[in-house]
Structure formats: structure tokens, C-alpha cells
Design a protein. Structure first.
Length: 475
């Protein structure tokens, strides 16, 4: 049963693609996808969601807008294929970087590249963005692209793996990272941070910028033999372009989502295990130190889909699929959690023992111990400090490391674990000079392996009992 009578009503529902919070926390900017007027394709636009007012639309264009990012001043950076109104007869349809002032007004183009601009990150006045460049010097990229277009060349020469990602071929351009500074009108001092990246940034690229804008942390794909590859996390110095490896392992991939803590000391990402015919897929949260690269895994039963640090860098908020939903979990780097969604606050041991009642059975609390069994001659085997003065009960102090006793015949008190001491079974006389004794487990014969079973053991004497025929003797 569906709430929609027409499938066209369902596909026309707008979809929220992303959410970005402003530095002052006064509003959210969201990229919303909806049907175009022709009803055949989707378009995207930016919406503002103030905390104290109704949402309203920020941008309108036929090409759409995505990839929002706030600057320190509260302006909004985004990417769009819209034409630049300041350039006459502009026929370029590659994504460019645009800036929308915080106080309102018309958005302006602040950066463009011949291969287009992908994602962008900002910290202070530093902006780092990704762009595709043809192999060679990035300064001549525009000329070489124009010559390729004029010659009508569309072939791609592949000299490595992979060559395709989902529904499109990779190449001929290779992804690189560029750094620049926000100027009065456009980006200034644009420089290439990864001129030797090759195909290391083409697959599953995700990067983040430290709050001071001094270091960019990015994923880095390393090709292996037999068409295999692994993904590492590297740190690139924005001033010098020096690169060093942070997280790497032979049997794991360190992938996005990738987030840097607000204090700039730690990096959070996802670590995935390489799968084989005998090893299943597994992903977990990985938090490591930005200076040393040392880290460890958290929430090993969750697959991180999105990450966000707390403002004081004390915890990581993790969105992951769980039992048909996608809740948000809180993971503290100071304490390793086996299961983040089962985390509960544990009271001190003294408080837990004080709140624990004395129980004879599940759900039945008592205040006094039961009386001794009638006719019992066995003294109670217990510790002098045990609160259960019961006969035939063996007691000992209970600790977290001590092994558990069987649940059958067990009673608990605060800090003590008591169980019934089994009564010794003495041999009893039987007919034909036999002696009945307990049968050990695993032996053959009647009742073998059964607790409390008895079997006959022949002896060299005769026992004349009412059940034995007179004169019967054992052989």
C-alpha cells in the first residue's frame, strides 16, 4: 500500500543533498534537488534555513549549484556550471567556484580551471580545491585542452588501473589539489600542491583542511600487483607541498568520510578490511594523531557513513546504518568502545553492589535467608563474611575476573556468589554381593553418562538379602 497514487508525485518530492552550518550557528545552507520544469531531469539549488525564520531559496540557475562551504566571514562558496556574466560569449561549461556574500546580493565567480573545480575546503583565508589536469605542466593545461578539442580527439590512453568508475571512463585528466587565498575579488596565489599525484587522487577522493589552514589531509590510492590497490591517508603541507603518510596498512583501506578535530590534533576516518574468499567485509571508525600518525579503531561493528566532531573535540558523532535505520552515535576517543550503540553509563562498583538486592531466583527478592533443610548434618561451607548463613552452600567472594559458576543451584548476595555443595554419594549394599556406586561419565553400561545413575560392581562375597535367592554367590 502506497501513499502516492501516481509515481510522478513520488519522484517530484524534493531531496536534501547536504547540510552546512554557518560559523556563528545562526543558519543552515542546504543543497536541494528537485525536478526541472520539463519534468525530465533534476536540478539543484541552495536554500537557507535560518533558526528563527522560514527557509528561503538562495540561488536559481539552469545548471544548478552544489558543494557548499562556509568561509570564516560567513560567505558561502559553491560550485556551478553557470556561465560567468562578466565574460562575453563564454562557452565553457565546466564547474567553477562561486562566492555568495553573507549579506546577500549577486554571487560572483572567484576561481575557474580548464578541467573544472570539484570539492573545495576553506579555513581562514586559505582555500583548497580539487581540479583535473592533463598529464604534464598545469600551466599549459588550457592550451593542450584547446588543441585536443580543435583536433577532434576524444581517445584516452590508459597506462594503469582503474580505467573506469561506474558509468564513466577515467581520464584523460588527473585530479590534483590546489591551494589559494581569498582576495578582494578572486582567489589569489593559486599553486599546485600535488604535481606528481598521477592517479593517486582519482578514486574515492576525500580531503579536509586543518583549522589553521596549514595542512590538508587527503586519501591517497596506491596501486598494487594483480590489479589490486589500497587507500592510505596522507598529510600535505600547504606552504611547501611536502607529503607524509599518516595511516597505512597492507590489509586495510583508510577512506572517507575524513574529518579533522576542531583543535587540529586528531583525524577521524573509516578503515575497511580487504576482502578475500575467506575474509568478509568490515569497516570501523579510526581516530589517529595528526602529528605522529598513531591511532586505533573504535566502534568495530558499525560502518561509518558520515562523521562530525564535537565543538570541544571530545567526541565524534557517527552516522551508520543499524537495523534498517541510520541513527547517530557518539564515540569518545578517550575510551575504546566495543559497541557504540550499546554504550551505557556504568556506576562505580560500590554503588552497583549497594543497589543489587539479594535474590533467590529471578524476580524474587528476599530479606532473610531460608531456613536449613530438615535433617541436614552437613555444616555450612562458607566464608565467615558471607551474608548467607546457609548449610551445604559453598561461598566465595565474587570478582569481575572470576569464572562464572553454573546458574543451577546458585544464590547471589552483594559481592558474593554461593552455590549448593553436592552431597557425597556413599556406596550402598545391593543383592548378590554387589556394591552400587555412581557411574562416571563416558563409561559403558546401564545409565552410563547420566548424573545420579548407578551400576552394579561384582564382589567375591554373597549378601543374603530378601531379594537374593538363598545360596546365590557371585563368580
Amino acid at each position: 500500500m502506497s501513499a502516492f497514487k501516481d509515481i510522478r508525485d513520488y519522484v517530484a518530492i524534493p531531496r536534501v543533498l547536504s547540510l552546512k552550518l554557518s560559523p556563528d550557528g545562526s543558519r543552515l545552507v542546504s543543497a536541494v534537488q528537485s525536478l526541472n520544469p520539463d519534468g525530465k531531469s533534476y536540478g539543484t539549488a541552495l536554500w537557507s534555513l535560518p533558526l528563527d525564520a522560514e527557509p528561503y531559496r538562495l540561488t536559481r540557475s539552469a545548471k544548478g549549484e552544489t558543494g557548499t562551504e562556509f568561509t570564516a566571514a560567513g560567505d558561502v562558496l559553491f560550485t556551478s556550471r553557470r556561465p560567468d556574466p562578466t565574460v562575453k560569449d563564454s562557452d565553457e561549461e565546466v564547474p567553477a567556484l562561486w562566492l555568495l556574500p553573507r549579506g546577500g546580493g549577486e554571487a560572483r565567480q572567484v576561481a575557474t580551471r580548464p578541467g573544472g573545480i570539484g570539492a573545495a575546503k576553506t579555513a581562514g583565508d586559505v582555500v583548497v580545491f580539487a581540479s583535473e589536469v592533463l598529464p604534464g605542466d598545469e600551466a599549459t593545461d588550457e592550451e593542450r585542452r584547446k588543441a585536443r578539442k580543435d583536433a577532434g580527439i576524444s581517445a584516452i590512453l590508459h597506462e594503469g588501473y582503474p580505467v573506469r568508475y561506474w558509468d564513466h571512463d577515467l581520464g584523460p585528466g588527473r585530479t590534483r589539489l590546489f591551494a589559494a587565498r581569498l582576495g578582494a575579488d578572486r582567489l589569489e596565489d593559486v599553486r599546485d600542491l600535488t604535481p606528481d599525484s598521477g592517479s593517486h587522487l582519482d578514486d574515492h577522493l576525500d580531503f579536509a583542511l586543518t583549522p589553521d589552514g596549514a595542512t590538508v589531509v587527503t586519501t591517497w590510492t596506491v596501486p598494487l600487483d594483480a590489479g589490486r590497490q589500497r587507500t592510505e591517508v596522507v598529510a600535505v603541507d600547504v606552504a611547501t607541498g611536502e607529503r607524509r603518510t599518516l595511516f597505512a596498512a597492507d590489509d586495510h583501506d583508510f577512506e572517507g568520510p575524513l574529518r579533522i578535530s576542531p583543535d587540529g590534533a586528531r583525524v577521524a576516518c573509516s578503515r575497511s578490511r580487504h576482502t578475500t574468499l575467506d575474509v568478509s567485509a568490515r569497516s570501523e571508525l579510526w581516530i589517529g594523531d595528526l602529528a605522529t600518525g598513531e591511532g586505533r579503531a573504535y566502534a568495530d561493528d558499525l560502518f561509518p557513513m558520515d562523521l562530525a566532531w564535537a565543538p570541544d573535540s571530545s567526541a565524534v558523532y557517527l552516522a551508520a546504518d543499524h537495523q534498517g535505520r541510520r541513527p547517530v552515535f557518539r564515540v569518545s576517543p578517550r575510551r575504546r568502545l566495543r559497541k557504540a550503540h550499546h554504550r551505557r553509563r556504568r556506576l562505580p562498583r560500590a554503588q552497583r553492589l549497594a543497589r543489587r538486592p539479594l535474590r533467590l531466583r529471578a524476580g524474587a527478592a528476599v530479606t532473610t535467608p531460608p531456613p536449613p533443610r530438615p535433617g541436614s548434618t552437613w555444616p555450612p561451607a562458607r566464608s565467615p563474611s558471607c551474608p548467607l548463613p546457609l548449610p551445604r552452600w559453598s561461598c566465595r567472594a565474587r570478582s569481575r575476573r572470576s569464572p562464572r559458576w553454573p546458574t543451577t543451584g546458585r544464590r547471589s548476595a552483594a559481592g558474593w556468589c554461593c552455590r549448593r555443595t553436592p552431597r557425597p554419594r556413599t556406596p550402598r549394599p545391593s543383592c548378590c554381593g554387589s556394591t552400587a556406586a555412581p557411574s562416571p561419565r563416558g563409561t559403558t553400561g546401564p545409565g552410563a553418562g547420566t548424573r545420579g545413575s548407578w551400576r552394579r560392581t561384582a564382589t567375591r562375597s554373597c549378601c543374603p538379602t530378601p531379594r537374593c535367592p538363598p545360596g546365590t554367590a557371585s563368580t
